[in-house]
Write a protein that binds this ligand. Sequence first.
Ligand SMILES: Nc1nc2c(ncn2[C@@H]2O[C@H](COP(=O)(O)OP(=O)(O)OP(=O)(O)O)[C@@H](O)[C@H]2O)c(=O)[nH]1
Ligand SMILES: [Mg+2]
Length: 444
Amino acid sequence: MESSTIAAIATPPGDGGVAIIRISGPKALRIADSIFSRSLENQKSHTASYGKIISLKGETLDEVLLLPMRAPRSFTGEDVVEIHCHGGRLITQRVLTRVIEAGAEPAKPGEFSLRSYLNGKMDLAQAEAIQELICAKNELALSSAQEQLEGALSKKIRDFQKEIADVTAIIEAWVDYPEEGLEFASEEEILAQLRSVQKKIILLRDSFRDGKILREGVRLCLLGAPNVGKSSLMNALLSNDRAIVTEIAGTTRDLIEETLRIGDLHVHLTDTAGIRENAERIEEEGIRRSKKAAERADIILFVLDATRETTDSEKELLQSLPKKHTIILSNKVDIAKKPTEHLSVSAKTEEGLKELKELLHDRVWKNGKPGKEQIAITKERHHFALDQSVQLLHSVCDGLNEGTSPEFLVSDLRRALKELGTIIGIDVTEEILGSIFSKFCVGK
Ligand SMILES: Nc1nc2c(ncn2[C@@H]2O[C@H](COP(=O)(O)OP(=O)(O)OP(=O)(O)O)[C@@H](O)[C@H]2O)c(=O)[nH]1
Ligand SMILES: [Mg+2]
């Protein structure tokens, strides 16, 4: 069955100098040729040709550059033509409409990447990396996506598979040749090998958290009693008078959310209503939201007032917060009389903010910032598959210790191999493929 020819705008919507419309499929060249003022027949692949897109009535729609890329040397592995037309929503849409008039079908989200994968241009992890690459919000996210695109993750998975397959082969030999099988390797050797690969898979699995932070950023929440200077700290961190600050306790009523960069961290910062007893109705609702925001946060910045003693209700509130995810700040050190036992800051003079930023950075990258060589996985799907294979290896190790019959061990090992395979796209069902690629935008 000949596949269809698809088309979509590949550049983001909005006004720009140039926009690109991508056509892919067996009829790509014929379609482009039929709407272009010049013949593409003798044009060399991967060279641009200047001309006009002509409407059905013979009018000029736009002046464009046409770039044909003949199969298989293209992104999708099919014949591809890119039309570089003028940017701007209307003109771009018109050219696309003309392309569809001439016989192309509108591409579904992610369809170009799906074809690239189906035509063996890249494996599944690489196709997913494209999405990551485009959405990357910071240098780290970008470099991790680039690594994945270049196939570093896929290579790691294949290395794991190879190690497990080696062990599987040996255990299969035990099944087939119960007499001599043990000569290939002892149980201890097998166990050691399995533990070693399992350890490596666990490391990769646990990089998911880092990956999530790379991709989505970290959620910080300012929490504390009224008037301690939460909103002032938000403003100081943003270098912007975003939140209203007054000397009246209970100024902030609603959540205020902003994003900022701290070093190479993408941070979502939330300022909240000060928490106290006996608040009136609006404030009461604000406080409820403060607590919700604290639950969602990756890190809570609990703010105290350095000019006064910590109250019982502050202590109580602090008790209820997850210690591991809380940083205590003593604000207003510029006017404090006594030294504090916590990180001292001043929203007013910005004293201590540099230290706070450093501390945040250290907290987030507890085990060191993921380096180039440590590939962080960023997909729930990858995390799940790695976790499954870890569990299966675990049960194989237990089985070996307990003398489980080798047939069962082999079956678990094969399942572990299969789970790993789903990451690079071996043994993935149509349904999974559909859900992966549908998350892409049209034009990718
Ligand atoms: N001297 C000094 N004053 C500060 C500092 N931070 C805040 N203030 C003052 O403390 C008062 C309260 O500050 P806000 O930022 O509104 O406090 P808040 O914690 O947001 O208060 P609520 O919104 O009511 O919960 C204001 O008068 C600020 O000017 C600081 O570092 N030094
Ligand atoms: Mg406030």
